[in-house]
Ligand binder design. Structure first.
Ligand code: ADP
Ligand code: ASP
Ligand code: MG
Length: 404
């Protein structure tokens, strides 16, 4: 007998029929003698609609009210899943974040879970009941509802698995596991049987949205065994585990892309100490996260500074720089939102040279221009024009021998 957390994403609970099918999967585990807690996302599209309504009323809406609105999607599916389970003869009860409680900090819209008081749920599970928990939400010290950032139900599930001491956290989604790249844009993507926490973390952080980055961080820290699998087929999924459990280490484990980037170039800033501090200080103060950065070699005492920010922060970044023009001298600001960041990830890079060179050569052969480059110990990222996203991902997938 094992203790399991089963998380169902938006497409897996998109309508009553799918909720019924997901409930049948839960029943199967309960019938085989396992203790199960369920975590649900909102129905597919529901969160986007709720976010859209907030934006329609005010683009700069109050984050506390945004949370009050967007958390409602998960409350609907938790209740519906409990009804579906009860109808299937499984004893079940729904739980919202504040009822458990799932304690978070006060960063509305992107809150972090601090602690889950799991005693009551554990008691119910031992007595044979299945708790159905709303993903994506918690409660702040000010007693107001919070949400965990887009894709946050994955993090709810992993945090609950850690708090319950669960044997595994199963993430049911609309693909059969973690692939070498997004199977929706590369038909030759190959499903991985296993992936290390480190590689999954890097893939998630550069755009592979199959797991929220924070959920992988938490799983790695708390050593939660995570399995990603399909809620529509019975194919075996992908296990996310420690590096020691991976027998065959690949040089490159995956390719990811992020369309959530926008490029900003500040032209002809003085090439002297303190300028980068001024530019990025002003952006940090406005809570704008900067991702990739390049600075050109100076020829005439000035230099160009190019960087990327998320698309959501793009208008704010531009406004902040224009406002700072009196104390930061520059000629002009150039912007380009039509860019994609493409990343190659693999722990094998620690010990092998040439991964970046292969990437640059492959893109050059397709006449794809590289605008910005950044690297880490196990990752190389490049910024390219958005129109080349699919072509670049597929070409790199082939170049690193990942095609299935
Ligand atoms: P859910 O609603 O179940 O949380 P998401 O849409 O958040 O589902 O995540 C699943 C999606 O992640 C897939 O449909 C797929 O398009 C995308 N994805 C991106 N990169 C990968 C990858 N490397 N492996 C699998 N899926 C990926
Ligand atoms: N429903 C939320 C979202 O769409 C959380 C999640 O699905 O993980 O972002
Ligand atoms: Mg998701």
């Amino acid at each position: 007998m094992a203790r399991l957390v089963m998380k169902f994403g938006g497409t897996s609970v998109a309508d009553p029929e799918r909720i019924r099918a997901a409930a049948a999967r839960v029943k199967r585990e309960v019938t085989s003698g396992h203790e199960v807690a369920v975590v649900v996302s909102a129905m597919a599209g529901a969160t986007n609609q709720l976010v859209g309504w907030c934006q329609a009323l005010s683009p700069l809406h109050d984050a506390r009210e945004y949370d009050a609105v967007v958390a409602s999607g998960e409350q609907v599916t938790a209740g519906l899943m409990a009804i579906a389970l009860q109808t299937a003869g499984v004893e079940a009860r729904s739980w919202q974040g504040w009822q458990i409680p799932v304690y978070t900090d006060e960063a509305h819209g992107k809150a972090r879970i601090e602690r889950i008081a799991a005693d009551t749920l554990l008691g119910r599970m031992r007595a044979g009941q299945v708790p159905v928990v709303t993903g994506f939400q918690g409660v702040a010290p000010n007693h107001r509802i919070t949400t965990l950032g887009r894709g946050g139900s994955d993090t709810s599930a992993v945090a609950l698995a850690a708090a319950l001491g669960a044997d595994r956290c199963d993430i049911y989604t609309d693909v059969e596991g973690v692939f070498t790249t997004d199977p929706r844009i590369a038909a030759r993507a190959r499903k991985l049987d296993r992936i290390s926490y480190e590689e999954m973390l890097e893939l998630a952080s550069v755009g592979a949205k199959v797991l929220q980055t924070r959920s992988v961080e938490l799983a790695m820290k708390e050593r939660v065994r995570v399995q990603v699998l399909s809620s529509f087929t019975d194919a075996p999924g992908t296990l996310v585990v420690g590096e020691d459990e991976i027998v065959e280490k690949e040089l490159v484990s995956g390719i990811a892309y992020s369309r959530d980037e926008a490029k900003v170039t500040v032209r002809r800033v003085p090439d002297r100490p303190g300028i980068a501090g001024l530019i990025f200080g002003a952006l940090a103060e406005a809570n704008v996260n900067v991702d990739m950065i390049v600075q050109n070699v100076a020829a005439d005492g000035t230099t160009d500074m190019t960087f990327t920010v998320s698309r959501a922060d793009f208008p704010r970044a531009e406004a902040v720089l224009q406002a700072a023009h009196d104390h930061i001298p520059f000629a002009e600001i150039l912007t380009d939102p039509d860019v994609t960041k493409i990343s190659v990830v693999g722990v094998g890079m620690r010990s092998h040279a040439g991964v970046a060179a292969t990437m640059f050569r492959t893109l050059a052969e397709r006449s794809i221009n590289i605008q910005v480059i950044s690297t880490s110990e196990i990752k190389v990222s490049v910024l390219v024009a958005a129109e080349y996203t699919e072509l670049a991902v597929r070409a790199l997938h082939t170049a690193y021998g990942l095609d299935g």
